[in-house]
Every structure is written in C-alpha cells, then in structure tokens.
Ligand binder design. Structure first.
Ligand code: 5GP
Ligand code: MN
Ligand code: MN
Ligand code: MN
Length: 360
C-alpha cells in the first residue's frame, strides 16, 4: 500500500459534496480491528448533468431590489397612501440583502409587510451585513455592540418572520447560503445560488476574510473548504449574493476603487449564470451585460424619464427582445441597491425579462 492511499470519488448527483479525511480499514490476521490511514482524494467533476440549451426557454419577468435598509424603493410623493407606488409586478422578486438598517424586529416586520404586498408568485430573500439578527452567531457575539440600549432582539423570532407560514403563504422564500431549484407556474424551472456573505468591512455580520475563498471548491488538501461553493456551468441559472464580484458595479464613492470579491468573480466565470443580482456597494447601482467569449462588457443604459414614469428600470433579455441573452456565453449583472451611498431610497427597482429553462 502506498501512503497516502490514493482514491477517486465520482460525484454522480448534482451539487453533491464529500469530505473525506481518513479511511478506516481492518487488516486480517491482526488483533486490532481497524487502522486509520490518510488518503489522497481526487474529486471528479460534479457536472454530470448537462442541460439541453437548444430547448426554447420560457420568458420570465424578474424584479430585483437590494439594500432597502427598511425603506420602500422610490417612496411615494403621497405618503398618506403607501400603496400608490407598489413594487413592480413580476413572476419572481429577488432581494439581495441589507433588508434593514440594523436588524431590529420592527424593521423586519415593515420589510416582510412590503414583500407580502408585492405582486410575484415567488419572492426570494437573502440577508446582508446589516441584517445582524439573521446571523445568530454574529448577534450572540456582537449584538450588544450594535444594539446598545434596550432589550436585545430574539434572532429566532426574527428568522420566523421570514421562514414562518405567513411569509411562505405570501410566496416569500428566505435563503441561507446554498442552492435551490424553483418551478414557476409559467412552466419555467431555475436553480439559484444564494449567499449573504461579503468581505469583512467595519465588523458587520455575514463577513469573511477577503483572502478566504468561500465560493470555489478548494483542493482536498487545503485547510479551508468552502462550505457551499457556487456550482459550475450549467448547474446554476441565477446568482443572488449580497456583495458584488470584483470589477463589476463595485466601485466606491470618491476613490472609484473596486471593492468586490475576486473569488466571487472567479466563481461567476466558472458558473456563467444567466443573471447575477447583488447590492452592498450602493454607488454601483446599475446593470451590465458581460460577454465571457470575448471578455467585453456593456452598461445597460436607461432613459431617466421612462424610469421615473415606470418607477423601474426595464430590460428585455429574453428571446423575443432585440438581443436575447446567450446563455452560457453571457451574464447579466444587476446591482439593485435601492438606497444611494447616503441611504436615500431614490433608486428604482430593476425589472428584466429573461428566458429560463422549462421544467423537466
Ligand atoms: P453597507 O454598510 O450598507 O453594507 O454599505 C454601504 C456603503 O459602505 C457602500 O455603498 C460602500 O460605500 C461602503 N462599503 C461597503 N463595503 C465596503 C468595502 O468592502 N470597502 C469599502 N472601501 N467600502 C465599502
Ligand atoms: Mn437599538
Ligand atoms: Mn447596504
Ligand atoms: Mn451591505
């Protein structure tokens, strides 16, 4: 026997993961029943399921918001009637985190209420670094630093607002980090990867050290294994993360420095999703169409008057539009921050039409 013992593990199901550190073996003729041997694992490709991309996609309308910080996007001028300017109607509503200012229950109640009213059959929500009570580990450690006066919040109670029956009945799906497949009434089916985590900045919640790669699988020998890496193309259709990837709608005010995550960009290139929605860097609000085949990108421009009229930015990337998105070759990136760098909620929600694969 050679040490470490070589072995190959083939993953046959989508998104399967293994973690093997050692091997228990018994050797005949010895009294000891088992030895622990170190092993060298090679994990073979996860992408055994290939989609047929020649099939016609199903046009689906997706409304995107992020960084509401307990504000309604584009607040109505007539404040006596908060229903005058509802969120745009869509098949799917995505919220990319920083739902609240600092995670108080009263803030979450207001935002759950806003999403309950929204016209969409499915509303997928993730947390951001400001939603401190949804990061139970963080809140136990830092709750008192962030909520200096009054009783502390109960993280379980706040989580229940998002995952409880009332929210579910309204089509709300709160996601922790990971992957889920959804089927819509229009016959479309898509797989979405979600992550509320972003590079550490000012000691907020859901943070990781910038140099740590939590989005890509690492070699078996490395000390850190990403707990929920992004699946590779073609296993994920939409990415929903709080933070931006490096270099895409991620420049901060004044210095214009890009502060997005390089490892997330690496995961984007590997996953080549149809759509990637995020926020976090409020100044980066906007949309970009990225072509992976020649590494060019194009800003999606909007006519300000039309935006004001519709109270949304609209872009048609479906096959009945002028330029259908080429899945596997292009990704549409949207920074959907509702608030500006000064936390004023004057940015309109984004609405895109996009083709999603038919349910299998
Ligand atoms: P938030 O506190 O809502 O997560 O982020 C608000 C603002 O903080 C962003 O619009 C951006 O100006 C700044 N910010 C957030 N993360 C970073 C970061 O990693 N680096 C820098 N330089 N600024 C950041
Ligand atoms: Mn407080
Ligand atoms: Mn924010
Ligand atoms: Mn943020």
């Amino acid at each position: 026997v050679t040490f470490p013992v070589p072995m190959t593990i083939r993953l046959v199901k989508q998104h399967q993961q293994v973690c093997v550190h050692c091997l228990h073996v018994s050797i005949p003729g010895t009294t000891s029943s088992s030895f622990i041997l170190p092993i060298q694992t090679v994990i073979e490709d996860i992408n055994t399921m290939n989609r047929d991309n020649t099939q016609k996609g199903i046009k689906t309308r997706i409304c995107m918001i992020s960084d509401t910080h307990t504000c309604r996007p584009n607040p109505p001028t007539d404040t006596s009637n908060p229903y005058r300017h509802p969120l745009p109607k869509a098949d799917v509503l995505l919220h990319a985190g920083d739902i609240t200012k600092v995670g108080h229950k009263i803030e979450h109640e207001a935002m759950v209420a806003m999403l309950k009213e929204a016209e969409a059959e499915l509303k997928i929500v993730i947390a951001g670094n400001h939603d401190i009570t949804l990061d139970a580990e963080y809140y136990a450690r830092m709750g008192r630093t962030r909520h200096r006066t009054g009783p502390l919040e109960d993280p379980a109670e706040i989580r229940e607002l998002w995952v409880g029956e009332d929210a579910r009945k309204a089509g709300i799906v709160y996601m922790d980090e990971g992957v889920r497949t959804f089927t819509l009434s229009n016959g479309a089916q898509f797989t979405l990867y979600a992550s509320p985590y972003q590079p550490e900045f000012c000691q907020w919640a859901f943070a990781y050290e910038r140099r740590v790669d939590r989005f890509n699988p690492s070699p078996p020998v490395s000390p850190f294994q990403a707990p929920n890496p992004v699946p590779s193309y073609p296993d994920v259709d939409i990415l929903l993360t709080h933070g931006p990837p490096y270099g895409i709608l991620d420049q901060v005010y004044y210095s214009n420095q890009s502060v997005g995550c390089e490892n997330l960009l690496k995961a984007c290139k590997r996953a080549r999703p149809r759509l990637h929605v995020f926020g976090h860097i409020h100044e980066g609000y906007g949309a970009v169409r990225q072509d992976w085949t020649n590494n060019t990108s194009e800003r999606i421009l909007q006519d300000p008057e039309t935006v004001l009229e519709n109270r949304s930015c609209y872009y048609n990337a479906s096959s009945d539009g002028k330029r259908p998105l080429r899945y596997g070759e292009e990704t549409l990136f949207v920074n959907a921050s509702v608030v500006t760098v000064n936390y004023v909620p004057t940015n309109a929600p984004w609405v895109v039409d996009i083709d999603l694969p038919p349910a299998t």
